[in-house]
Ligand binder design. Structure first.
Ligand SMILES: Nc1ncnc2c1ncn2[C@@H]1O[C@H](COP(=O)(O)OP(=O)(O)OP(=O)(O)O)[C@@H](O)[C@H]1O
Length: 343
């Protein structure tokens, strides 16, 4: 559905050239929810703006829904853009227009007759759950409702692709979750391809199938969300994954525990997919002469299955400990890390 081939974007500024996007290659499949994560300045906005022709690459090619978006101009580009919806962090609604009029706006521009417009807007209002709020103005809506208007407006021309630019960054956690649920629902119902950029791993974890991690204009890591969670390769990816799996105080706690328990091992187990439901801790206690103390754990769901981490302290005879750890290591879909004290 979307291909980004060797794309570079260089901005010329007073202080010289800035390479915002540096040689990126990405293929996004039809019906996929694809996330791009990175810190501020990584190049995410520039990349997503190139996907709908708001920026033109300095070099390289971008195809979206069969059109080479990076090379077309004028009326052809405007037409192609109708097939690409976009939602924004600050909603970008028209404040003097009602909910109904905001959603109707892109249909007016596309020259859709009045009656057809009304029917389509009614459908969209239902789809995003804004029944009863049709005549309200944006200033009378909550943040979540404003983003629902943004989503309905973006879907007005039946796009094949929806781009989301930090679409939940201005919302509280509960509202963020309800908007993310709506995006998953729309993705399933309409088969829409969704590309989102974010700096929050929670957003990636909750709704994306695949993720690309951006740093300094480059994609430094890319893969299915579960794979990236299981084995993050780059330092920056590990930092993002830790946002979810280890509360901020965990590092300190681990160091304290290592001092408290000089014998045995402190082990971090990462569970992926089906293994999260297997009774491996029970097996460990039953089959080996070990004492196992559970210190901290959490589990969460991704679009590709469950994912969790567990910190345990294992103690006993040295030989038994080694046997027990070997047993754990042999389990598929489990990653094992023996924690060590800071040097
Ligand atoms: N129009 C522009 N002119 C000059 N430099 C720009 C322009 N747009 C972006 N940049 C620069 O390109 C780099 C990447 O910016 P970009 O906004 O794409 O990053 P980002 O990951 O989206 O960060 P943020 O979340 O802060 O927007 C930054 O160094 C930025 O200053």
């Amino acid at each position: 559905m979307i291909t980004v081939q060797k794309v570079k974007k260089i901005f010329s500024t007073k202080n010289g050239e800035v390479t915002a996007v540096n040689d990126i290659n990405i293929d996004i499949n039809k019906g996929e929810i694809f996330g791009v994560i990175g810190y501020s300045g990584a190049g995410k906005s520039t990349l997503i703006r190139m996907l709908n022709g708001l920026e033109i690459p300095t070099s390289g090619k971008i195809h979206v829904a069969g059109k080479e978006i990076s090379s077309i101009k004028g009326a052809e580009l405007r037409k192609a853009r109708q097939g690409i919806g976009m939602i924004f962090q600050h909603f970008n609604l028209l404040w003097s227009r009602t909910v109904r009029e905001n959603i109707s706006f892109p249909l007016e521009i596309a020259g859709v007759p009045k009656q057809q417009r009304r029917k389509k807007v009614d459908e969209l209002i239902k789809l995003v759950g804004l029944d009863g709020r049709e005549e309200a103005y944006p200033s009378q809506l909550s943040g979540g409702q404003k983003q629902r208007v943004g989503i309905a407006r973006a879907l007005a021309n039946d796009p094949q692709v929806l781009l989301c630019d930090e679409a939940t960054s201005a919302l509280d956690p509960q509202t963020t979750d309800s908007i993310l649920d709506l995006l998953v629902d729309i993705n399933k119902r309409l088969g829409l391809t969704i590309v989102l950029i974010t700096h929050e791993m929670h957003v990636i974890r909750k709704i994306c199938h695949r993720v690309a991690v951006m740093e300094n204009g480059q994609v430094v890591e890319m893969g299915s969300v579960l794979d990236v969670f299981r084995k993050p390769q780059e330092k920056i990816t590990k930092r993002f994954v830790r946002q979810l799996t280890e509360p901020e105080d965990t590092h300190e706690t681990v160091q304290q525990l290592l001092n408290m328990y000089p014998s045995g091992r402190l082990v971090k187990i990462t569970f992926i997919g089906g293994s999260a439901e297997q009774p491996i801790i029970t097996d460990l206690i039953r089959n080996y002469s070990l004492s196992v103390n559970i210190i901290q754990g959490n589990i969460s769901q991704t679009q590709n299955g469950s994912y969790g981490t567990l910190f345990i302290h294992v103690d006993g005879e040295e030989e038994e400990i080694n046997k027990g750890l070997t047993y754990l290591q042999k389990q598929q879909e489990i990653e094992l890390e023996v924690m060590k004290a800071d040097a």
